[in-house]
Design a binder for this molecule. Sequence first.
Ligand SMILES: [Zn+2]
Length: 239
Amino acid sequence: MPGFRVHITGSTLVGAGYAAATWAIGGMPPATCALAGGLCAISGMLPDLDSGPGIPLKESVGFAAAVIPMLMIHRFEQMGLPMEAIILAGAAIYLGVRFGMTWLLQNYSVHRGMFHSLPAALIAGQVAFLVFGAEDPLRRYFIASAVVLGFLTHLVLDEIWSVKLGMFGPKFKKSFGTALKFYGPEAWSNLLTYVLVVVLGVLAAGDAAWTERTQLMRQQIEQATRTFQTYQGPWQYRR
Ligand SMILES: [Zn+2]
């Protein structure tokens, strides 16, 4: 199993490539590209959150707790919350993730369980999509894909490390095939994972439709205000 450093290096390189490629193609603001690259790098730590107490758990949970509320700032603004409420909500999410997630992971997860699988990568992407509220749907997909990419980089690295090249061809370690998997040996955790995938998928689809509708409405209102402002009615006084 590759160590923490290999994982963070791998996902950082992939993230930098993802950001640079998108920036080169164009269409995304440089800051969005940089954010996606950073998120991809961090997401490379996510699958090993279930490996028990240690640097990955402490660092990644702390990081997630800090980053998630910041990604959500625009969501809070969309809800029309005042600044004070945004700060309070951010603090509550920080505490919830910091302590709630640690507790959940330490009590209810097995290493290389379903937390460390392909559907879990999808869940991470769906959560990122829901958390990162942007009017432009393309930007949300871009950010969510960065998280999935970082997660997948980790799984692929785990699989690569489980193959050892010997004198008589490749040798497969016992851990081979436990990272890039669709389901695990435990039925209930498989069920829970796929229920989560479906629920989050429905939420994300509904949210995407809602954002699109409100954006359309906003555009129409802006358009109407503009035509109203340019219209010089007979009732307007010229000063
Ligand atoms: Zn791993």
